[in-house]
Design a protein around this ligand. Structure first.
Ligand SMILES: O=C(COP(=O)(O)O)[C@@H](O)[C@H](O)[C@H](O)[C@H](O)COP(=O)(O)O
Ligand SMILES: [Mn+2]
Ligand SMILES: [Mn+2]
Length: 345
């Protein structure tokens, strides 16, 4: 599955990032999102594959494109039999967030990216559009930190695993009222907190890379982003756990779910029998083959943002594969017109 796909999905995230970055700093989050969705879908539909979106745009707002269940790839188009035999191809599941951090793009802030994860059919947890409590940490702490332990206990474990004092640890937490106590606990334990307004996928993945100065992600973000983060962390050998949050009271500011009872019923309908289950990265991205790709829209911890020049743009992407066991940083120059000159660095 992976050979050509690995290359093509780079272009999928690159095109989404370029489209969205044209709206960077314009205060128009919906447009920044919409153009990324359109660009991602257009490029995806040129790939020789039979894909199905399992995590996508607006489960609840019935978004017109890249909605959950949408089929993507040349071999799913109505005229497919003219140029491919769909029966020859395995079906694949795709989780997308064409503009992860729409507010970050709209307000010209760091940390937004176009991102997706791919696996064979059934290989990605089709998470409902709920919140998710998350814990991400570097590989040496995998399986030792635990979402059911307190932040204080986890910081002690992290300190031992990473062989550094708690004071040298940095924990990313989303800046939300629901995290007031968590932030206080982390600070009291002696670690430092990096508050982010949006973009917890970037934060989760950054835990797996030494040198980012991010040692954990703690707190509650969205569940779809949790699955995408888990796909990357599974390939990278990092720690990721996620637990769906079905009680709106816990989230305080959340828009997701009308009531605890309604959410529980919905989980049951989806076949989630244990609503309190803690999922690890291997369960959220359980497929034999897992591919992950992201392209920076605005600059971030791991990737540069899109930079335009006279006649083109330059992007930086990250492509991770558990099959080829590769983590590639891809630097691409996109030529729109006849270039005047190309910048080496
Ligand atoms: O910041 C985020 C927004 O994602 P997007 O809508 O694709 O721009 C995500 O990284 C968060 O995981 C999540 O969506 C967020 O925590 C949920 O929203 P909020 O209620 O504002 O916390
Ligand atoms: Mn997102
Ligand atoms: Mn998004």
């Amino acid at each position: 599955m992976e050979n050509t796909l690995g290359l093509e999905i780079i272009e999928v995230v690159e095109q989404a990032a370029i489209a969205s970055s044209k709206w960077m700093g314009k205060g128009e989050k919906n447009i920044a999102d919409q153009v990324a969705v359109e660009a991602m879908r257009e490029r995806m539909n040129k790939i020789y594959m039979r894909g199905r979106i399992v995590i996508g745009e607006g489960e609840r707002d019935e978004a017109p494109m890249l909605y959950i269940g949408e089929e993507v790839g040349i071999c799913t188009q109505t005229d497919a039999k003219n140029f491919c035999n769909p029966d020859e191809l395995i079906e694949i599941d795709i989780a997308v967030d064409p503009c992860e951090g729409t507010n970050l793009v709209a307000y010209g802030q760091n940390g937004s990216m176009a991102v997706l994860a791919i696996s064979e059919k059934g290989g990605l947890f089709a998470a409902p559009d709920f919140y998710m409590k998350k814990l991400a940490a570097p590989a040496p702490a995998k399986g030792l930190v635990d979402i059911n332990k307190s932040a204080t206990e986890n910081l002690k474990i992290l300190s031992e695993c990473l062989n550094r004092p708690i004071a040298d640890l940095v924990v990313v937490v989303m800046d939300r009222p629901r995290h007031t106590e968590l932030i206080q606990e982390i600070r009291t334990a002696g670690a430092r907190v990096r508050l982010i307004s949006d973009g917890d996928v970037s934060a989760a993945i950054s835990c797996a890379f030494e040198g980012t100065n991010i040692h954990a992600l703690m707190g509650i973000g969205a569940a779809p982003e949790g699955v995408i983060s888990a796909a990357a962390l599974r390939c990278l050998g990092g720690h990721f756990q996620g637990q769906l949050i079905y009680d709106p009271e816990v989230v305080k500011t959340g828009l997701i779910g009308e009531s605890k009872e309604g959410n529980l019923a919905r989980m049951k309908e989806m076949g989630i029998n244990d609503p309190d289950k803690v999922y690890n990265a291997n369960e959220l991205a359980s497929g034999e083959t897992v591919l992950f790709a992201a392209c920076g829209i605005t600059p971030g911890t791991l990737m540069e943002g899109v930079r335009f020049f006279n006649g083109g743009a330059r992007t930086q992407s990250l492509v991770i594969s558990n099959q080829s066991k590769t983590v590639r940083f891809v630097d691409t120059i996109h030529l729109f017109d006849e270039p005047k000159s190309l910048q080496l660095r």
